[in-house]
Write a protein of this length. Structure first.
Length: 325
């Protein structure tokens, strides 16, 4: 691992931060897979992850310069490059299966805060773009590379997330404080399948677009300096990601997960109730009750492909499963 940070004071009100990170690893053997047995014999001669590499470069600008729009401003730009691979070979095979994943990630956000009389307003907007490249081959003993299916769509994939949010706190009295917040999120996922023969999917691309709106309200009531009650109500969401929508893989050699282009976001409704109290000798006790209800939960279920409940994957017939709401 390598980590580097530089802080540059542009002036008394503004500073610039550079954060650079790099990490890598050795090959990582899948001990559980190497213990798999088939007909009384060890199933795999090789099953390992290739070196996992990650590079990150972040640039952050902080500014404290009160004006009409903000008192504090934070701007963040980040680039990440991540690569990993999976390699396996069965004892009865003459081929090594190699699958490579490369992801480029771009992040940008602007966060602002403003004190309006006695209320604190925070707001901002931003986005993330992920570009996924998935490659694969089978390698012969002589080192020749042949065709292999990819883990993610072989034509490439990209995922975009864009958001805008705000939160404001109201000190209603010396003992009572109210927080209100909201966020609007837009998500777009595109995946292209150029190999239309191996699995014979009834589609060549997946386009998944979702809008999600969440809101939150929280109350803090200070009964005494040593006893505080809190209550909150808020909603949440989780958009289907490429793992949910477009991945083809087997975790246990019995089931193979295939894409489902008709997934919708998970939505949740949440409540929290609790208190915090300070006892003698600075001992604190906290109690929190929470409840979450999830709608459209994404769950892995049995499925069919072209009327068949099983397909050939990595040389074995496996039951078809897919993620469904």
């Amino acid at each position: 691992d390598f980590i580097h940070k530089t802080l540059i004071k542009l002036n008394k009100m503004t500073d610039l931060i550079f954060n650079t990170q790099y990490s890598t690893s050795s090959e990582i053997n899948r001990f559980d897979k190497l213990n798999d047995m088939s007909e009384g014999k060890q199933k795999y001669s090789d099953w390992y992850y290739g070196p996992q590499n990650r590079f990150l470069q972040m640039v952050k600008l902080n500014s404290i310069k009160p004006n009409l729009f903000y008192d504090k401003l934070q701007t963040v730009f980040t680039f990440q490059k991540v690569s990993e691979s999976r390699h396996n070979k069965k004892y009865i095979d003459n081929f090594m299966s190699n699958r490579f994943e490369n992801v480029d990630i771009y992040d940008a956000s602007i966060n602002l805060s403003k004190l309006i009389m006695s209320s604190q307003l925070s707001y901002g907007f931003g986005g993330r773009k992920q570009i996924i490249y998935s490659l694969a081959n089978t390698e012969t003993i002589s080192g020749e590379h042949l065709y292999n299916t990819t883990r993610y769509p072989d034509g490439g994939s990209d995922v975009g997330d864009f958001f805008i949010y705000s939160q404001i706190s109201f000190p209603i009295s010396d003992k009572l404080e109210l927080y209100l917040g909201g966020r609007l999120n837009y998500n777009e996922l595109n995946a292209l399948f150029t190999d239309s023969q191996t699995y014979n999917f009834p589609f060549s691309e997946i386009k998944n677009k979702n809008n999600s709106v969440i809101s939150a309200a929280l109350i803090n009531y200070k009964i005494s300096p040593d006893f505080i009650l809190n209550a909150s109500v808020y909603s949440g969401f989780r958009n289907p990601n490429l793992d949910d929508v477009g991945k083809v893989f087997s975790k246990n050699d019995n089931y193979v997960i295939i894409p489902n282009l008709n997934l919708n976001p998970e939505k949740s409704k949440n409540i929290d109730l609790g208190f915090k109290s300070t006892l003698v000798n600075n001992v604190q006790i906290c109690f929190q009750f929470f409840n979450t209800t999830i709608n459209n939960a994404i769950s892995r279920e049995n499925g069919v492909l072209n009327g068949q409940d099983s397909i050939l994957y990595d040389g074995e017939m496996m039951k078809v499963q897919m993620n469904k709401n």
